[in-house]
Design a protein around this ligand. Structure first.
Ligand code: HEC
Length: 379
C-alpha cells in the first residue's frame, strides 16, 4: 500500500497553506480606488454602507510621520492607525498623489501586515492597504500599520496622502462597520512656503490709533494662496477672528499699514499666516508687545475659600486663562466655563493650613494683574 512519508505529508500541508494564503490575499483587502481621493470611486462606505457616510462614530483614522517637507529620494516610514472602542477588525487603504492627481513616489510594505494592490487607478495611482493578517488589533481597540513611502528622486512638488479606514465589528461581512477618512500633505523643497516678519513690534508700547507698518516676506511666493494677519491679546494663545488685521489673496502684497486698535494688552502678538495652494498653512508670530488701549479689565479679588484640597478665588473680571498666584507662585488654575467671578485652584488647598495667611494675585492673559489679596484660612 502506498504510504506518504512524513516529508511528503509536510510538503502537502505547506502546499495547501500556501495556496490558501495566496487565494486569501487575492480576495482580501479592498479593491483599489476607495481612499476618498479626488478621482477615486469614493471610500469604503461604497460597500460598508450601514451608516451611510464616513466619519460617524467615536473612532478615527490617523496618519503619522508625514514630514512637513519631504526630501527628494528620501524614504519615510508612515504610520496609519484606525481606532474605535470595542471594534474587532481593522482595515485601511492609502494612496499618494500630486496636485494633478497622479501617483507620486512609491508605496511599499515593510512587513506582511500591508500589501500594495496589484491594480492601479487613475494617474497610475498605487494603493497600499491591509493584508488579511493585518486586520487584527495591535493595541487596545486599535490597529497600527507601518509601511514605506519613497519620495520621488526629483522634486515633483506636493504629495497628498488620502486614507480611508475601517473600524469593523469582525463579523466577516460588510455590515455595521464604521468608516473613517482623512488626508494630509507634505510640501517639497520647491513648494514649501516660509514666512518671515521684517518688522517686529517686540517690546514696544503701541498707542491706539497710531500706525504700525507690518512688513513680511515669503519663500516660493508663487505657491502662496493667501495671507491673513491677526493679533492676539493673550500672548498668542488665541487669535480670534474679531482680531483680524488684514487678509489678501494677492501673494505680492507683503506689507500692511496697521491702525492699532483701542485694546489693552501687555501680551500682544501679531500673527502672519500664509495658506499654500496645496492647502497647508504656515505662520510666524511677532514678539510680545503692549497695546496701551483703554478698556483694560483689571481682575479684582474679593475672597477665597478652601474646600477639600481645592482653593476657590472669588472676585470679578476673571477670564479664560486667568491664573492665580499664591505667595508669588503660579498655580494650576481652572476657569473652564469662563466665569468672570470664580476661579478654581486644584490642590492649593493642601498648601494652606487652617489659620495660615497667603497672598493671592490674579494675572489675566492680557497682562493685567489684580491687587494682592490677603487670604487667611479660617481655623
Ligand atoms: C466593493 C465592495 C467593498 C469595498 C469598496 C470595500 N469593502 Fe471591505 N468588505 C466587503 C465585503 C463584501 C466584505 C465581507 C467579507 C468578504 O466578502 O471578503 C468586506 C469586509 C471587510 C472587512 C472585515 C469586516 C468584518 O467586520 O469582519 C474589513 C476590515 C474591510 N472590509 C475593510 C475595508 C476597507 C478598509 C475598505 C476601504 C478602503 C473596504 N473594506 C472597502 C466589500 C467591500
Amino acid at each position: 500500500m502506498f504510504k506518504f512519508t512524513f516529508k511528503q505529508k509536510l510538503q502537502a500541508v505547506i502546499l495547501v497553506s500556501i495556496v490558501t494564503i495566496v487565494a486569501y490575499a487575492s480576495v482580501t483587502g479592498p479593491e483599489p480606488r476607495y481612499t476618498n481621493a479626488p478621482g477615486d470611486l469614493g471610500n469604503c462606505v461604497s460597500c460598508h454602507d450601514t451608516f451611510h457616510e464616513a466619519n460617524v462614530g467615536s473612532g478615527s483614522v490617523t496618519i503619522d510621520n508625514v514630514p512637513a517637507v519631504y526630501e527628494p529620494g528620501e524614504q519615510y516610514t508612515l504610520v496609519v492607525t484606525v481606532q474605535q472602542a470595542g471594534r474587532q477588525r481593522f482595515g485601511f487603504q492609502l494612496t499618494a498623489i500630486d496636485l494633478d492627481g497622479n501617483r507620486i513616489g512609491t508605496l511599499e510594505p515593510i512587513n506582511n501586515s500591508t500589501q500594495v494592490n496589484p491594480l492601479t487607478g487613475f494617474g497610475n495611482r498605487q494603493y497600499i492597504q491591509h493584508s488579511e493578517s493585518g486586520t487584527f488589533p495591535t493595541g487596545q481597540s486599535s490597529r497600527t500599520w507601518q509601511f514605506r513611502w519613497k519620495a520621488p528622486v526629483d522634486d515633483e512638488g506636493v504629495v497628498r496622502f488620502y486614507i480611508s479606514g475601517n473600524a469593523a465589528n469582525g463579523d466577516g461581512t460588510n455590515q455595521n462597520d464604521h468608516i473613517y477618512t482623512t488626508s494630509t500633505l507634505a510640501e517639497s523643497p520647491t513648494t514649501v512656503v516660509t514666512v518671515e516678519l521684517l518688522t517686529d513690534p517686540e517690546g514696544q508700547v503701541l498707542e491706539p490709533d497710531t500706525h504700525f507698518l507690518i512688513d513680511w516676506s515669503a519663500t516660493n511666493i508663487s505657491n502662496v494662496d493667501s495671507y491673513e494677519l491677526r493679533y492676539s491679546t493673550d500672548d498668542g494663545a488665541t487669535f480670534p477672528i474679531t482680531n483680524l488685521i488684514f487678509s489678501t489673496t494677492d501673494p505680492d502684497v507683503t506689507e500692511f499699514d496697521w491702525t492699532v486698535p483701542d485694546k489693552f494688552s501687555t501680551n500682544a502678538r501679531i500673527r502672519v499666516l500664509a495658506a499654500t495652494q496645496a492647502g497647508s498653512a504656515v505662520e510666524v508670530l511677532s514678539g510680545k508687545f503692549t497695546i496701551n488701549g483703554s478698556g483694560a479689565t483689571i481682575p479684582i479679588i474679593t475672597g477665597g475659600q478652601v474646600k477639600g484640597n481645592k482653593l476657590f478665588v472669588f472676585g470679578d473680571n476673571f477670564v479664560n486663562g486667568s491664573k492665580v498666584y499664591m505667595d508669588d507662585v503660579p498655580q494650576k488654575t481652572k476657569n473652564g466655563s469662563g466665569s468672570a467671578t470664580k476661579l478654581k485652584v486644584k490642590k492649593a488647598g493642601n498648601n494652606i493650613s487652617p489659620g495660615q495667611t497667603v497672598i493671592l494675585v490674579v494675572h489675566n492673559p492680557d497682562g493685567t494683574v489684580s491687587e494682592p489679596f490677603e487670604f487667611t484660612r479660617p481655623l
